[in-house]
Design a protein around this ligand. Structure first.
Ligand code: GDP
Length: 481
């Protein structure tokens, strides 16, 4: 399918983060990218953009041209006055269709200053470019067939990646790993559909059509692939968004010390006084390539006397509800207490828990059978935050409970709810089609649902799309991407 909807206007934006830095880059994309650039930038060789080869870089000067005749390329101005000079810059040229957006693109690399980049951008806009909307460069790349929709989404995922694994997942998706999978699925279903259509159109002819067995096998294979992709969502979303891991336990068992030890810095206050941590602290931590949002909570005390303690406990309970998994900490130097039990009861059922026998440097005095009674068949790790022992095992266990033991970095897990919903729609339609085929219902019914399944997959990769859907997807992007 050919999307190619060429945009009539030329857009521009700062594509590096605003602020002071080594360089600031402004990108222009669209039919007038070259002529607008010619009005603000003069190469040393006085060349017009249209005469420059694609994928080349040129040193030159940016001039403010308030008094110049509108539309005059600077190359044709004999010598612009010195007071017009704004900056020395580098110009990169990309000719359509060999650019990020598929259109003519120029990029001006300036010295990185807030006022300077704002001035140059203003100048470019005054020469006829429009300020780009969030994600508009990538949206144009999609509209010009440079990438499909799942690849466009991967661009955003890559920018937002917080860990090694999420980077690898996003880059796999950007390189088309997931799209290939969706496309193969769609093509398999289209073959089945084409055979049925041919049979419907020319039933009297002796066409070589799939046997019933082949049709059913084709449908059930597609169903299994779709189901596996839907099942990969939980892990995929975890990789994309990161898991929330909450450290819980009664006061003074060393939760903040463990929090600091895992982050390898003194983020939370630690003291011998129970109730030092009253608020919930959160930091990103990378565990074996996985992004984890680690929370240190106020200790769960049963009878909080101070109103601030009571507020801390309430906040902790809320954080516990949002957790993907827990590190449950007990003080290994003393027998378990009713407060440990009370804290335990606040954990949500069904979420993984890693048990920490803390302060193990002072010896482990809790008895095994006591632990077994407390939490049967449960894994406890001996850890000392003070001596930094056992932390490696904690990280291994965290990874295991959050991401499973098998690493799948092929980029073929789905990470977005949009993908999951489209696949669920495809699966439901495919099941209906399969059932109708089994029950020898009319072939029209079978093909109708098969068509719905195919269209759901086409929506997934963006072969069918609405402007509203594009608005939703690209509004998440930053300006300049
Ligand atoms: P929290 O209230 O559960 O957050 O506990 P803290 O992290 O504030 O620690 C309570 C006390 O236990 C402090 O006096 C810490 O120095 C001490 N502590 C924490 N971790 C360890 C450890 O691994 N070994 C020893 N010996 N003491 C620890």
């Amino acid at each position: 399918m050919n999307r190619k909807v060429f945009q009539e206007d030329t857009i521009a934006a700062l594509i590096t983060p605003p602020g002071e830095g080594g360089v600031a880059v402004i990108r222009l994309s669209g039919p007038d990218a070259f002529t607008i650039t010619d009005q603000v930038f003069k190469t040393k060789a006085r060349a017009l953009c249209a005469s420059l080869e694609s994928h080349t870089i040129h040193l030159g000067t940016i001039y403010r041209t308030e008094t110049a005749e509108e539309g005059t390329p600077l190359a044709q101005t004999v010598k612009p006055p010195q007071e017009w000079v704004l900056d020395q810059a580098l110009l990169s040229i990309f000719r359509a269709p060999h650019s990020y957006t598929g259109e003519n693109v120029t990029e001006l690399s300036l010295h990185g200053g807030m006022a300077l980049s704002a001035k140059v951008l203003e100048l470019i806009l005054s020469r006829g470019a429009r300020f780009a909307q969030p994600g508009e460069f990538t949206r144009r790349a999609f509209l010009n067939n440079k990438i499909d929709l799942t690849q466009a989404e991967a661009v955003q995922d890559l920018i937002k990646s917080k860990s090694d694994i999420s980077i690898r997942t996003a880059i796999g998706q950007l390189q088309g790993g997931l799209s290939q999978r969706f496309k193969a699925l769609k093509e398999n279903l289209m073959k089945l559909y084409a055979h049925m259509e041919a049979f419907l159109d020319f039933p009297e002819e002796d066409l070589e059509v799939y046997s019933d067995g082949e049709m059913l096998r084709g449908m059930s294979q597609a169903r299994e692939v779709i189901q596996a992709l839907i099942d990969s969502f939980k892990r995929g979303a975890l990789l994309r968004e990161g898991a929330k891991l909450v450290i819980a336990g009664k006061p003074n068992v060393g939760k903040s010390s463990l929090f600091n030890a895992l982050l390898e810095r003194d983020r939370a206050l630690v003291s011998e006084y129970a109730g030092t941590t009253r608020d919930t602290l959160e930091e990103w931590l990378e565990v074996k390539g996985l992004a984890v949002r680690l929370s240190d909570t106020a200790g769960l005390m049963q009878n909080a006397a101070h109103p601030l303690d009571a507020m801390g406990v309430e906040r902790t309970k809320k954080t516990l509800q949002e957790a993907s998994a827990y590190l449950f900490v007990v003080d290994a130097t003393r027998p378990l207490e009713p407060e440990d039990q009370a804290a335990w009861l606040n954990l949500q059922n069904g979420r993984p828990i890693v048990g920490i026998l803390h302060k193990a440097d002072l010896g482990v005095h809790i008895k095994k059978d006591e632990l077994a009674q407390f939490a049967p068949a449960f894994c406890w790790l001996e850890v000392s935050s003070k001596k930094r022992t056992g932390l490696e095992q904690v990280e291994e266990k965290i990874f295991e409970v959050l991401a499973g033991t098998h690493e799948d970095e092929s980029g073929e897990q789905i990470t977005r709810l949009r993908h999951k919903s489209a696949l669920e729609a495809a699966l439901a339609a495919l099941k209906r089609s399969e059932k109708a085929f089994h029950e020898r219902a009319s072939l029209e019914l079978v093909t109708l649902d098969l068509k719905i399944a195919i269209d759901s997959l086409r929506e997934l990769i963006g072969e069918i799309y609405s402007e509203d859907l594009l608005d939703v997807i690209f509004s998440e992007f930053c300006i300049g991407k």
